[in-house]
Design a protein around this ligand. Sequence first.
Ligand SMILES: CC(=O)N[C@H](C=O)[C@@H](O)[C@H](O)[C@H](O)COP(=O)(O)O
Length: 232
Amino acid sequence: MLVGMPAPVLDTLRGGLVVSCQANPGSPLRDPFIIGQLALAAVMGGARGVRIQGFADVEAVRAVTDVPIIGLTKTDRDDTDVYITPTAAEGVRLAELGAQIVALDATRRPRPEPLAEMIGTIHAAGAQVMADISTLDEALAAMDAGADIVGTTLSGYTPYSRPGPDPDWTLLDELRVAGVPFVAEGRLNTPADAARALTAGAAFVVVGSAITRPDVVTGWFARAVQDATQSS
Ligand SMILES: CC(=O)N[C@H](C=O)[C@@H](O)[C@H](O)[C@H](O)COP(=O)(O)O
């Protein structure tokens, strides 16, 4: 059984729902004030924590709520495909702004900084580390490197992991059998998916698009309506 460092903040999330409040580039919701309101609405609905992207949004959300924040950056770089919190400096800044947990890319793709060093630096800044992975091997390596928990966030987003559109239920099973503490995240698009993920062994679940990306959810409905129209 692999066990991360003592995890008081992570423990408060155990068995609960975390809502990812992020807006894609170009979305009319991409504004720190709006992300703060989305976070408040999520907490009102029962979210125990929130997952927030970018310094301005973490700062805005911390100003309006005390719930645990999983912070991350999304940084496009020319030198690597790693884009979720690619450097320790970004992780430290997120911690300074109020993220108790920092999420970072722990895939095996070439990375700008060694994973273990990054995790050590973020721990020293007082935050816990959620390692976003896409395969079991990456999860095991991330725990060896000192991560507190892994997240299935990047399954389907690396060229070698299982593609969507469904959640990667196989990966959840593999993590549970291997005894890796994990968060289920990615394409949990219904309450039944979220409940199933907990039954499958997840410490807690993170849901994003289905709750906080109305543009994406509208697309699901619009396509279904269009398909129905064409087949009638
Ligand atoms: C792959 C990637 O960059 N995922 C991001 C990570 O923070 C977010 O865009 C997702 O919304 C989040 O993981 C939740 O997933 P879903 O929106 O499927 O519930």
